[in-house]
Design a protein around this ligand. Sequence first.
Ligand code: FES
Length: 120
Amino acid sequence: MSAKGTCRVTFLPGGQQADARIGATLLDTAQRAKAPVRTRCGGVAGCLMCKVSVAPEHRAALTEPTDAERRKLGPLLDEGMRLSCQARIRGPLSVTVPEDPLKAAVRRLLEQQQNEDGWL
Ligand code: FES
Protein backbone atom coordinates (compact mmCIF):
# COMPACT_ATOMS: atom_id res chain seq x y z
CA MET A 1 0.00 0.00 0.00
CA SER A 2 1.04 3.58 -0.62
CA ALA A 3 -0.73 6.41 1.18
CA LYS A 4 -3.74 5.39 3.28
CA GLY A 5 -6.49 4.02 1.05
CA THR A 6 -4.33 4.00 -2.05
CA CYS A 7 -2.08 1.51 -3.75
CA ARG A 8 0.46 1.46 -6.55
CA VAL A 9 -0.61 0.24 -10.00
CA THR A 10 1.94 -0.46 -12.73
CA PHE A 11 1.13 -0.63 -16.42
CA LEU A 12 3.39 -2.85 -18.49
CA PRO A 13 5.27 -2.96 -20.78
CA GLY A 14 5.80 0.80 -20.48
CA GLY A 15 6.19 0.81 -16.70
CA GLN A 16 3.88 3.78 -16.11
CA GLN A 17 2.73 3.93 -12.48
CA ALA A 18 0.10 5.72 -10.44
CA ASP A 19 -1.18 5.57 -6.91
CA ALA A 20 -4.83 4.62 -7.12
CA ARG A 21 -7.65 5.02 -4.66
CA ILE A 22 -9.06 1.67 -3.57
CA GLY A 23 -12.23 1.31 -5.66
CA ALA A 24 -10.98 3.39 -8.58
CA THR A 25 -11.26 1.87 -12.03
CA LEU A 26 -8.17 0.69 -13.85
CA LEU A 27 -9.12 3.02 -16.73
CA ASP A 28 -9.12 6.11 -14.53
CA THR A 29 -5.82 5.03 -13.03
CA ALA A 30 -4.30 4.32 -16.46
CA GLN A 31 -5.28 7.78 -17.63
CA ARG A 32 -3.69 9.36 -14.57
CA ALA A 33 -0.54 7.30 -15.18
CA LYS A 34 -0.60 8.27 -18.87
CA ALA A 35 -0.57 4.58 -19.82
CA PRO A 36 -1.74 3.86 -23.38
CA VAL A 37 -5.10 2.26 -22.53
CA ARG A 38 -7.53 3.14 -25.29
CA THR A 39 -11.21 4.00 -24.99
CA ARG A 40 -13.89 5.06 -27.38
CA CYS A 41 -17.06 4.51 -25.34
CA GLY A 42 -16.10 6.65 -22.37
CA GLY A 43 -15.97 3.73 -19.96
CA VAL A 44 -19.36 2.04 -20.34
CA ALA A 45 -18.17 -1.41 -21.50
CA GLY A 46 -19.19 -0.59 -25.05
CA CYS A 47 -16.03 -0.49 -27.15
CA LEU A 48 -13.81 -3.25 -25.72
CA MET A 49 -10.78 -1.09 -26.49
CA CYS A 50 -9.71 -0.82 -22.86
CA LYS A 51 -8.77 -4.48 -22.44
CA VAL A 52 -5.76 -5.25 -20.26
CA SER A 53 -4.17 -8.55 -19.33
CA VAL A 54 -3.81 -9.50 -15.68
CA ALA A 55 -1.44 -12.24 -14.53
CA PRO A 56 -2.96 -14.87 -12.23
CA GLU A 57 -1.06 -13.64 -9.18
CA HIS A 58 -2.56 -10.15 -9.58
CA ARG A 59 -6.19 -11.04 -10.30
CA ALA A 60 -7.28 -10.90 -6.64
CA ALA A 61 -6.22 -7.23 -6.58
CA LEU A 62 -9.23 -6.40 -8.77
CA THR A 63 -12.96 -6.64 -8.10
CA GLU A 64 -14.85 -9.58 -9.54
CA PRO A 65 -15.83 -9.17 -13.22
CA THR A 66 -19.04 -7.24 -13.75
CA ASP A 67 -21.97 -8.74 -15.67
CA ALA A 68 -21.01 -6.48 -18.59
CA GLU A 69 -17.47 -7.83 -18.59
CA ARG A 70 -18.73 -11.41 -18.49
CA ARG A 71 -21.00 -10.74 -21.47
CA LYS A 72 -18.41 -8.83 -23.49
CA LEU A 73 -15.27 -10.84 -22.76
CA GLY A 74 -16.61 -14.37 -22.37
CA PRO A 75 -13.71 -16.86 -22.37
CA LEU A 76 -11.12 -14.07 -22.49
CA LEU A 77 -11.86 -13.53 -18.79
CA ASP A 78 -10.39 -16.96 -18.03
CA GLU A 79 -7.24 -15.90 -19.89
CA GLY A 80 -6.88 -12.90 -17.59
CA MET A 81 -8.33 -10.17 -19.80
CA ARG A 82 -10.30 -7.45 -18.06
CA LEU A 83 -12.06 -4.30 -19.19
CA SER A 84 -10.17 -1.56 -17.43
CA CYS A 85 -13.29 0.63 -17.34
CA GLN A 86 -15.11 -2.01 -15.28
CA ALA A 87 -12.37 -3.54 -13.10
CA ARG A 88 -11.90 -1.73 -9.81
CA ILE A 89 -8.75 -1.77 -7.76
CA ARG A 90 -8.57 -3.58 -4.42
CA GLY A 91 -4.80 -3.69 -3.98
CA PRO A 92 -1.42 -3.11 -5.61
CA LEU A 93 -0.95 -4.80 -8.97
CA SER A 94 0.60 -4.77 -12.41
CA VAL A 95 -1.36 -5.16 -15.63
CA THR A 96 -0.22 -5.49 -19.23
CA VAL A 97 -1.61 -3.17 -21.88
CA PRO A 98 -1.87 -5.00 -25.23
CA GLU A 99 -0.08 -3.46 -28.17
CA ASP A 100 -2.22 -1.11 -30.28
CA PRO A 101 -3.59 -3.28 -33.15
CA LEU A 102 -2.58 -0.77 -35.83
CA LYS A 103 0.96 -0.47 -34.46
CA ALA A 104 1.15 -4.27 -34.19
CA ALA A 105 0.11 -4.63 -37.84
CA VAL A 106 2.73 -2.08 -38.96
CA ARG A 107 5.39 -3.79 -36.84
CA ARG A 108 4.56 -7.20 -38.35
CA LEU A 109 4.72 -5.78 -41.88
CA LEU A 110 8.09 -4.18 -41.17
CA GLU A 111 9.43 -7.43 -39.69
CA GLN A 112 8.14 -9.36 -42.70
CA GLN A 113 9.77 -6.85 -45.07
CA GLN A 114 13.05 -7.08 -43.18
CA ASN A 115 12.97 -10.89 -43.35
CA GLU A 116 12.22 -10.83 -47.08
CA ASP A 117 15.00 -8.34 -47.73
CA GLY A 118 17.43 -10.37 -45.64
CA TRP A 119 17.93 -7.63 -43.06
CA LEU A 120 17.88 -10.12 -40.25
S1 FES B 1 -13.67 1.96 -22.26
FE1 FES B 1 -14.95 1.07 -23.75
S2 FES B 1 -15.20 -0.94 -23.03
FE2 FES B 1 -13.97 -0.03 -21.55
